[in-house]
Design a protein around this ligand. Structure first.
Ligand SMILES: C[S@@+](CC[C@H](N)C(=O)[O-])C[C@H]1O[C@@H](n2cnc3c(N)ncnc32)[C@H](O)[C@@H]1O
Length: 566
């Protein structure tokens, strides 16, 4: 095959292998909002770290970025597959480029949240799987691709189709290559346990045997020898094979009774592995419905939880999520799902002693996720994996909404601070925008947040005057410095000290992100699509106002009560 010359390729428009689509190059800059807890909906034990967030996941992931970057051990997402269907609780039909435009910025934020030793698992079917794979190669890095698990989602073929789908894909990526080497093993399955027998009443109990030969290419000289079995048969291996063990090691294993030569002692030796000595079993990329459940099983779980009239169309079975969380995390790790649906991932993570963050846009966050997770905490949800996990209840979670946009336009079309913001929320939001951790000091009012040990932020709606700056300066330690964000200040304030910098709101944050944008979901939000003559005309059905949650209501709170965490 004649290779295309490097010189020739230099003239190519494409400089690298990539998937291109209309809108790909248009940068989206979501606003880093503040998450607001709704204590009426929070449930159970207070400080478990578990978070149920009712919001568009792009804004919610952005809101989590500051405190959770590099902290999430296992991410599982089950985004709308773009099947073209309109389900009860969400629409699932977008023009393909639109779907990629929705996924890309969300995957990029998920990548930031992923821990170095973390992994992300993405359910998808053939409608978008192959495009998603290429997009994920770009976002996570092709070398960090781990596997494409195939999940047998049905128990029998779809009689309406001559060649119907039997599986879904689960794309798995790490943040660094070969992360799967650290994956946990699975509990030994009953099928595997049945492989262990004890034909020779070995006192160490049931065992299974494995081949004692290896490819000659990997062998060292003392792995090539003839071997005599207990029954006196001499075995010389063919040239392409050698023994797995050196002569000395083989003799040790034989003496210890760990080598099986068959009932008659003439067999080719096989190494015994004892059931009592193995911790678990490795997984592979074919996941059978008998092991991890199927769509029908998931539907039954939902009906058991919510009754037949209040179901959810596209749940995943708890056993499937259990396997993912089992492989990719340990107790206490954080598991995140930003397309939570009926709440399966959070419920399973809770029952498995993981911390969890679940994000759902639709009203079913209130009608399904919230009641389900309350039942998990109460121990009344005994379906799904509860019995297998011996789950009896416990724990708790906090319920969050998003603060509205910090800025909106006034009647003169000028950006102004959203009148819904009280001083506390404004301070928390400005700290977030400027990269400070919001943590108001109880003693110094000007220490509302810190970026480093000695660098603070103070946000106020008052006009800053030289007296105020002098007053604060007199309270500051020599190593301390301060950023003041205010709506107005006297110019001479800026010359008082190099350790105090003053910035005006909203100028200081304008242009850093998109304000006033509540909706990163519906088509209108992205671009007007150039018509692709090859594509059949597409009529999106995804603009249904009742799906969009309204921004969380800001209660005029007692400023001392710090309900704001993020
Ligand atoms: C396939 S379902 C997930 C089902 C889930 N795995 C379960 O077991 O119930 C996809 C979910 O993503 C939600 N969703 C779609 N776009 C979203 C967005 N921008 N932010 C948050 N959730 C979104 C939909 O409302 C829907 O509930």
């Amino acid at each position: 095959m004649q290779l295309i010359s490097k010189i020739y390729l230099m003239n190519s428009f494409y400089k690298k292998l990539e998937l291109g689509w209309p809108g790909k190059d248009l940068e989206i800059k979501p606003e880093p909002r503040v998450l607001i807890e709704d204590p009426e909906k929070s449930y159970g034990e207070a400080n478990t770290g578990n978070m149920l967030i009712h919001a568009d996941n792009l804004l919610a992931l952005k809101a989590l970025e500051q405190n959770f970057s590099g902290k999430i051990k296992c991410i599982y997402i089950d985004p709308p597959y773009n099947t073209g269907n309109a389900f009860e609780h969400y629409d699932d039909g977008l023009e393909h480029s639109m779907w990629l435009n929705l996924m890309k910025p969300r995957l990029e934020l998920l990548y930031k949240l992923l821990a170095n030793d973390g992994s992300i698992w993405i359910s998808i079917d053939d409608d978008e799987s192959h495009y998603l794979k290429v997009l994920c190669d770009e976002v996570f890095g092709r070398r960090n691709f781990i596997a494409n698990v195939l999940w047998q989602k049905r128990t029998s073929p779809d009689n309406r189709l001559r060649l119907g789908p039997a599986h879904d894909h689960i794309l798995v990526y790490g943040r660094i290559p070969l992360i799967h080497k650290n994956f946990n093993q699975l509990k030994i399955s009953t099928t595997r346990k049945n492989d262990f027998k004890n034909p020779d009443n070995d006192p160490r109990g049931p065992w299974a045997s494995t081949d004692c030969t290896a490819q000659a290419g990997h062998g060292t000289s003392n792995q090539f020898y003839s071997l005599t079995t207990p029954a006196g048969r001499v075995i010389n291996l063919p040239d392409n094979l050698c023994w797995r063990f050196t002569r000395e090691r083989m003799d040790e294993e034989i003496t210890a009774g760990r080598i099986w030569f068959g009932k008659d002692g003439k067999g080719v030796p096989r190494k015994k592995t004892y059931l009592s000595e193995i911790q678990g079993q490795n997984s592979w990329t074919w996941w059978e419905n008998s092991e991890v459940g199927h769509n029908q099983e998931a539907k039954k779980e939902i009906i058991a939880l919510f009754g037949g009239n209040n179901t959810f169309d596209t749940p995943k079975p708890e056993r499937l999520i259990q396997r993912i969380i089992q492989l990719a995390s340990n107790e206490g790790d954080i598991v995140l799902d930003s397309f939570l649906g009926s709440g399966t991932t959070a419920a399973v993570a809770h029952k498995m002693g993981r911390k969890w963050i679940g994000i759902e846009l639709g009203e079913h966050c209130n009608t399904h996720c919230l009641p389900r997770l309350k039942m998990v905490c109460d121990g009344t949800d005994q379906g799904g994996i509860s019995k297998a996990q011996e789950w009896k209840g416990g724990g708790g979670f906090k319920f969050y909404g998003l603060a509205p946009s910090l800025l909106n336009k006034d009647k003169y079309n000028q950006w102004v601070i959203n009148p819904n913001y009280n001083v506390q929320l404004l301070a928390a939001a400005m700290a977030r925008h400027e990269g400070f951790t919001y943590c108001p000091s109880e003693t110094e009012v000007w220490k509302q947040g810190f970026a480093t040990e000695h660098h603070y932020i103070f946000t106020t709606t008052n006009t800053i005057t030289p007296d105020v700056v002098e007053q604060i300066l007199s309270e500051m330690k020599p190593e301390e410095s301060l950023l003041i964000c205010c709506v107005a200040f006297k110019v001479e304030c800026d010359e008082i000290s190099t350790r105090i910098e003053i910035r005006k709101i909203p100028d200081v944050i304008l242009g850093k992100c998109e304000f006033g944008n509540e909706d990163y979901c519906t088509e209108t939000n992205i671009i007007n699509m150039p018509v692709d003559p090859d594509q059949p005309a597409f009529v999106p059905s995804y603009v249904s106002p009742e799906i969009k949650p309204s921004p969380a209501k800001i209660k005029k709170e007692d400023p001392t009560q710090s309900k704001l965490l993020f």
